[in-house]
Design a protein. Structure first.
Length: 197
């Protein structure tokens, strides 16, 4: 069956998004998007990473490197621009503003540790940081879904799966102290044992 009214480039983009959405739905099924607090082994592992990050925040006096962003990480913004044939803000995904806002929270770990005198001990700081990361990721998911469905009605049916996939990706790949350039707290030096910024 032939899609009418769509250029070959547009069909390619829709096909790629469809494949990505399917893959991401599978990944998202693994990450329980409705869980507010991760439990068990992964919670303890991530909490240890948040503790290590809070040590770096304290060592830096809450001061970060200058803010940087790649838009939507994992090459998503770059791929979108390439497929759209546009550069700059006009060529990015319709939800790129969501990714940049998310990056701002990730850059300084939502200001946890350097600006909250009410939270003073390491355990509380790590728990606060962990909750703030989850809240940032949930806000990203909502923002992506809203922006994608509102700005491009031809792919509005993919808004939920794409948002779920992006959520799953940031939950999986954005933990602190991973050494990745898009990790939670990437504006601080890497945690001890990581050699990349």
């Amino acid at each position: 069956m032939r899609a009418t009214g769509l250029t070959p480039d547009r069909r390619l983009v829709l096909s790629l998004w469809g494949g990505l959405a399917l893959l991401c739905c599978i990944v998202a099924g693994v990450a329980d998007a409705d869980t507010d607090v991760p439990t068990g082994y992964w919670e303890r592992l991530e909490r240890a990473a948040h503790r290590a990050l809070m040590q770096e925040v304290a060592a830096a006096g809450g001061k970060t490197a200058p803010f940087t962003t790649d838009g939507c990480s994992g090459g998503l913004s770059a791929i979108w621009r390439q497929l759209s044939g546009k550069s700059g803000a006009d060529g990015g995904p319709p939800f790129e503003v969501c990714c940049t806002a998310h990056d701002r929270k990730y850059h300084n770990a939502a200001g946890i540790g350097g600006a909250d005198p009410a939270v003073s001990n390491e355990v509380e700081l790590a728990a606060t940081s962990q909750r703030a990361r989850l809240a940032a990721d949930q806000a990203l998911r909502r923002c992506v879904e809203t922006n994608l469905s509102a700005k491009d009605p031809t792919i509005a049916n993919l808004a939920s799966p794409v948002a779920a996939a992006i959520y799953a990706a940031v939950r999986f790949g954005g933990a602190p102290c991973s050494g990745l350039s898009w990790r939670w707290g990437y504006g601080y030096r890497p945690c001890r044992g990581n050699s990349t910024r």
